[in-house]
Design a protein around this ligand. Structure first.
Ligand SMILES: [Fe+2]
Length: 316
């Protein structure tokens, strides 16, 4: 992990991390209407393209626990909060995914909110998904916006599965890489879905490195309790609009707004996401697709020269 950035979780704050109430649902519908109205005006697309000139793809490193073999060099592209259909069209997605593919990730993980507020927005991915060709595949979990039109996301799921994206809806898969194995799993959204971490971890071997996709960063609280090595989340858009380092809307009770967090040996990275919602604006929160490279502290021994003494395993 980047040594300068880990932080302890601050005290809980903000009212927006629990299940939706009718009042909040009504507010979401009103904001969606505003979003759609602005989307029709055209200047939103122009503004969004200007925002995307500032898309950042930081190279991050996660050091695995001592003694975990393999996985060294595995590269993960984390793409969250695309909000396709909100000031962002199919051609924009192609351009974004071309940049992801240029980074040559081994895995591409979608962290939810692929769409904004309409079921048909998932069709915007049809042209762009074939651009992604990571060797270990493309995986996704839903976010609250993917549930916007109701709890049944069967069409969303079947579209993605039909186009080669494995949806990790409370389940996991094993990824073999570099002589080691990774339990890659995902949960449903915390506020709109029915997350089940036990089901997602069912099948993980004892001591196996686990990476969890969870749209809402507050899920890290649960993941850290069962030693999930890395949780990747979005949802907050890094604040999306921040003034003087402060975002007027908090989406995390625990202040998990952006970047790295740590509890014991467990890490959370909250990505700022790709798109925007409600307004085509980002202030002090540029779009981001982090590339996380896993590093193992177990380094293969060099062949021992015949005259050398006792070999000592090298660690970094
Ligand atoms: Fe989002």
């Amino acid at each position: 992990m980047n040594p300068a950035s880990p932080r302890r979780a601050p005290m809980p704050r903000g009212p927006l991390s629990g299940k939706r109430t009718m009042l909040r649902r009504g507010l979401a519908m009103a904001l969606a209407a505003l979003n759609r109205g602005l989307d029709r005006l055209g200047f939103g697309h122009w503004l969004h393209r200007r925002i995307h000139r500032g898309l950042e793809m930081p190279e991050l490193t996660l050091w695995l626990r001592d003694g975990v073999p393999g996985l060294d060099g595995l590269r993960i592209a984390f793409v969250s909060d695309v909000h396709a259909g909100s000031f962002l069209d199919a051609n924009d997605l192609v351009r974004v995914f071309e940049r992801v593919q240029e980074a040559q990730p081994d895995l591409v993980l979608f962290g939810g909110d692929l769409i904004n507020t309409r079921e048909r927005e998932i069709l915007l991915f049809q042209k762009a998904l074939p651009v992604l060709r990571p060797r270990h595949g493309v995986f996704a979990v839903p976010g609250n916006h993917d549930h916007f039109f109701g709890p049944d996301i069967g069409l969303w799921t079947s579209f993605l599965e039909r186009h080669g994206v494995q949806v990790l809806l409370n389940r996991g898969v094993r990824i073999e890489h570099g002589g080691g194995s990774l339990w890659l799993c995902g949960v449903d959204d915390l506020t709109e879905g029915a997350p089940d971490l036990a089901a997602a971890l069912d099948g993980r071997r004892h001591g196996e490195t686990a990476v969890l996709l969870a749209h809402h960063p507050d899920f890290f609280f649960e993941a850290a309790a069962v030693d999930v090595d890395l949780t990747l989340s979005g949802h907050t858009h890094g604040g999306q609009i921040r003034v003087g380092g402060w975002a007027p809307i908090h989406h995390s009770r625990f202040g998990y707004e952006r970047g790295w967090f740590q509890e014991n040996d467990c890490r959370l990275y909250v990505g700022r996401g790709v798109g925007t919602t409600v307004l085509p604006l980002r202030i002090d929160a540029p779009p981001e697709i982090p590339i996380v490279t896993l590093r193992s502290r177990v380094v293969a021994q060099a062949p021992r020269p015949a005259s050398a003494g006792r070999a000592v395993p090298a660690t970094v």
